[in-house]
Design a binder for this molecule. Structure first.
Ligand SMILES: Nc1ncnc2c1ncn2[C@@H]1O[C@H](COP(=O)(O)OP(=O)(O)O)[C@@H](O)[C@H]1O
Ligand SMILES: [Mg+2]
Length: 377
């Protein structure tokens, strides 16, 4: 089946769109990437979304308009990625998260993705699955991370323990025991905390918005990480919460960065700040593996935009030694588009009535097919 996958993550850097050919059943599947492209949001729409994610108040009317504007951009991306290709018969669209509240002891979670699937279905004339997170949340889960079942299907190693570490705005990990041990019930995963989001926000502040990220980590590489600050930040509650856990810009956003800046007792240069924020990402990932995993992995495979940050990769390799740190590209999965591929696959599983979540990762009471199906009228 030819399936389109669409997502814009917490970085809000643009819509990742893939065209895939998926064959097989449930976990026994093959996924071929036919095309992949990132479509940046129009600048005005991006700043509107960033504002809303940062807590700006909007009317219901404006919310409806924003929902439609995002859906339109997703539909344009879905149509464009199919140009000169075999047309898709299914679209899986994650949409744009604008609010995420993890479940607490007495309250289930709440999550809101904009870019409504029914509009995408009508604009593309293609059946569309969207709203993947809500069923998992209704079953008591975090609705995140949702890529772990793809990681299980495509990335487990026959004999070695592996971690698949995504480095988007927020980071998340899937821990995979060796396939030959058949210990699927031992798979765990969680959001590790900030991956690029604080680095991106700091670069945006330092350059007055001219740059939005630290290309290849070149800026941070000129600085020196202040380990005392990192150690202090690692004392914060989120890093000590036991998995399952999820987070977003609600916690790791502008306000958080302002508090980080206020923590410094001496003046730090901009490159030292970027090195220190990058160190927080590397140290928090490694610390969480040491705190929460039953077995330290032999290999860590990086994906997402942060896997292009050479300085972050170097710091992660040091913190994660003796594990070998690679990118998922090196084992045949495209690191830029793994998340978009995941939503194509989740849609494929949805219409095949197969589960999309791993309850031990999200914390849901059961495994479930995920997503709402929007037919074409
Ligand atoms: N060449 C690069 N060097 C450093 N960081 C990069 C590079 N390319 C992408 N990134 C980072 O990756 C982020 C986007 O990653 P992505 O996986 O799309 O995250 P999300 O899923 O949150 O949208 C960018 O905001 C940027 O911080
Ligand atoms: Mg992105």
């Amino acid at each position: 089946m030819i399936v389109v996958g669409l997502i814009s993550g917490t970085s809000i850097d643009g819509i990742d769109a893939v065209l895939t050919e998926i064959t097989g059943d449930d976990l026994d599947i093959e996924v071929k990437l036919l095309a992949g492209e990132t479509y940046p949001y129009p600048e005005q729409l991006r700043s509107h979304i960033l504002g809303v994610c940062g807590g700006d108040c909007i009317s219901m009317e404006n919310l409806a308009e924003l929902d439609d504007a995002i859906a339109q951009q997703f539909a344009i991306a879905a149509n464009d990625i199919q140009k000169n290709q075999t047309p898709a018969t299914l679209i899986g669209s994650h949409g744009q998260t604008v609010f995420h509240r993890p479940p607490k002891e007495n309250a289930i979670g709440y999550t809101l993705q904009l870019g409504r699937g029914d509009l995408i279905a009508q604009m593309t004339k293609t059946q569309t699955v969207s709203n993947f997170r809500v069923a998992d949340i209704a079953a008591g889960g975090h609705g995140a991370p949702l890529v772990s079942r793809l990681d299980l299907a495509l990335l487990s190693h026959p004999k070695e323990y592996r971690c698949i570490q995504n480095l988007g705005g927020i980071g998340n990990v899937t821990y995979l025991p060796p396939r030959l041990l058949q210990r699927e019930n031992e798979i765990v995963g969680w959001d590790t905390g900030p991956a690029n989001v604080l680095i991106d926000l700091a670069v945006t502040r330092f350059t007055d918005g001219r740059d939005t990220y630290d290309r290849n980590g070149e800026w941070a590489a000129k600085g020196i990480p202040h380990h005392k600050l990192v150690e202090r930040w690692l004392q914060q509650d989120f890093f000590h919460l036991l998995p399952p856990k999820s987070t977003g810009r609600e916690l790791f956003g502008e306000e958080y960065l302002t508090c980080c800046f206020a923590d410094a007792e001496e003046e730090l240069s901009q490159e030292d700040w970027l090195a220190t924020l990058t160190e927080l990402t590397a140290a928090s990932v490694a610390r969480s593996y040491r705190d929460f995993l039953p077995h330290f992995p032999a290999e860590v495979l990086l994906g997402g935009g942060g896997s292009r940050n050479a300085y972050l990769k170097k710091r992660l390799s040091q913190h994660l030694a003796p594990a070998t740190v690679l990118t998922v590209d090196e084992v045949g999965v495209n690191s830029d588009f793994k998340e978009a591929i995941a939503f194509a696959l989740l849609a494929y599983w949805r219409i095949g009535n197969h589960p999309g979540n791993l309850p031990q990762v999200t914390g849901a009471r059961q495994s479930l097919p995920l997503g709402d199906i929007h037919p074409v009228f």
